[in-house]
Design a protein around this ligand. Structure first.
Ligand code: HEC
Ligand code: HEC
Length: 366
């Protein structure tokens, strides 16, 4: 089957099912299995490559790199987007972009120079994306569709620690929980004002899409010239705090946000471009706030989500550092803790962050 045939099938399924779906939650399981079934059996059929023999990328698929990447056990990643020809992204809500039906995203994971999996999702209906992951063979000549349950232990990332390909439920735990399915292609992630201290950030090459490219190519609707003239950035007390808040936004904010199913925890780590820049949620809902989960080694009553000046009493730090299934954060997606980012978070907490950056002390520090 050629990629074009696969896409017609998907589009037909989506059309059929858009009308039939009654409610997002009730209808989504049945809908997901129907459209997931239409994901092509081989990566080469998804439209990623212009030539499946040489793996030359189809030039309509544009590379990009998010300002704050997700930690995935040190995987090297490449990402591409295909926007339907002539279509625009609805950016009326600056923190919740709405992509045209037909949009496709791919993300390739490599460990030690070998491709392991390529994830993708594509928008099949106004309110529905299909998720798929493709596992590369040992010869690196082909990647085939992984079942919805995922595939365990596909690459050893540290002695005795194995990377697994997530299940579709796990994809959705991160990508669907804030109703903002796309996590690395938004106003903050594509900003042309890049954070020089963002952990594991990859260099932006001239071929990569950024806000400036999207604006120049008239892909944003409304046009929002301010995204180019004053590109979004996290205003913080200093450069270290900026990097920490960005890191938390990507690595934790996909679940810890105001729209999520776990919003009742009151812990919001997602950065909102349109939000309160004086007291961003990631400070207001963490600093010196007791959480539901207490650091096991902290004396009774002293644990805080972020205990200013005390990394050892800070649940956020303890859980980001842990890789025990019962306490690790994020709860899925990695088996090795991110040492570089942890060092940054630890320094940030030790320097006693304030809950708001607009207090006089924070102003002078800037
Ligand atoms: C632990 C949370 C998590 C899980 C689980 C997860 N993702 Fe992601 N994914 C992210 C984040 C965060 C980004 C953006 C940052 C980055 O790419 O480094 C992302 C980016 C992507 C992208 C690029 C488009 C975008 O949103 O920026 C694709 C495609 C993707 N993921 C597919 C998948 C698929 C398919 C699965 C399941 C097989 C999956 N992801 C599982 C968190 C997750
Ligand atoms: C895939 C979704 C997901 C991601 C991503 C995620 N978390 Fe969580 N987090 C949860 C859930 C669910 C809970 C509630 C259950 C529990 O405490 O284990 C939770 C609870 C917590 C708590 C306890 C809150 C309280 O009230 O005591 C902290 C602290 C926390 N997470 C920090 C983080 C940090 C830091 C990150 C990123 C490094 C992160 N989480 C990423 C799902 C997630």
């Amino acid at each position: 089957m050629t990629s074009r045939q696969a896409w017609t099938l998907v589009a037909a399924g989506a059309l059929l099912w858009t009308g039939a779906a009654t409610g997002r939650v009730m209808g989504s399981a049945a809908l997901a299995s129907v459209v997931d079934a239409a994901a092509p059996a081989r990566l080469a059929e998804t439209g990623l490559y212009a030539d499946a023999g040489t793996f030359a990328i189809d030039p309509r698929n544009r590379p990009f790199t998010p300002q704050y990447p997700l930690w995935s056990d040190g995987a090297a990643k490449r990402r591409w987007v295909r926007l339907p020809e002539g279509a625009t992204i609805d950016v009326a809500r600056v923190d919740r972009w709405d992509f045209p039906v037909g949009t496709r995203f791919w993300k390739e994971f490599a460990f030690a120079g070998r491709k392991v999996e390529t994830r993708m999702f594509f928008k099949v209906a106004p309110d529905r994306w299909t998720f798929a992951s493709y596992h590369w063979n040992d010869a690196q000549t082909e990647a085939t569709l992984v079942p919805p349950a995922g595939l365990p232990d596909v690459a050893e990332v540290a002695p005795g620690k194995w990377h697994s390909i997530p299940s579709h439920d796990e994809c959705r735990a991160c990508h669907d929980s804030g109703r903002t399915e796309v996590l690395g292609f938004d106003a903050l992630q594509l900003s042309d004002d890049r954070d020089p201290r963002a952990p594991h950030a990859e260099p932006v090459t001239p071929a990569m899409v950024t806000l400036a490219t999207l604006a120049a190519e008239h892909r944003l609707s409304p046009a929002r010239p301010e995204l180019v003239t004053s590109p979004p950035r996290i205003e913080a007390a200093d450069g270290r705090e900026r990097a920490v808040l960005g890191y938390l936004s990507t690595n934790c904010g996909s679940c810890h946000n105001r729209q999520s199913t776990i919003a009742s925890l009151g812990l919001f780590l997602k950065f909102a471009v349109a939000g309160d820049q004086c007291t961003p949620d990631a400070l207001a809902t963490t600093v010196d706030r007791p959480g539901h989960w207490a650091v096991p080694t902290a004396p009774e009553g002293t644990s805080r989500i972020v205990a200013a000046g005390r990394p050892d009493l800070s649940a956020l730090f303890a859980r980001a550092r842990s890789r025990r299934p019962s306490s690790q954060m994020p709860p899925l997606g990695s088996v090795v803790a991110d040492r570089e980012a942890l060092a940054l978070v630890q320094e940030w907490i030790a320097a006693a962050p304030a809950a708001t950056r607009c207090a006089p002390s924070a102003e002078t520090a800037r």
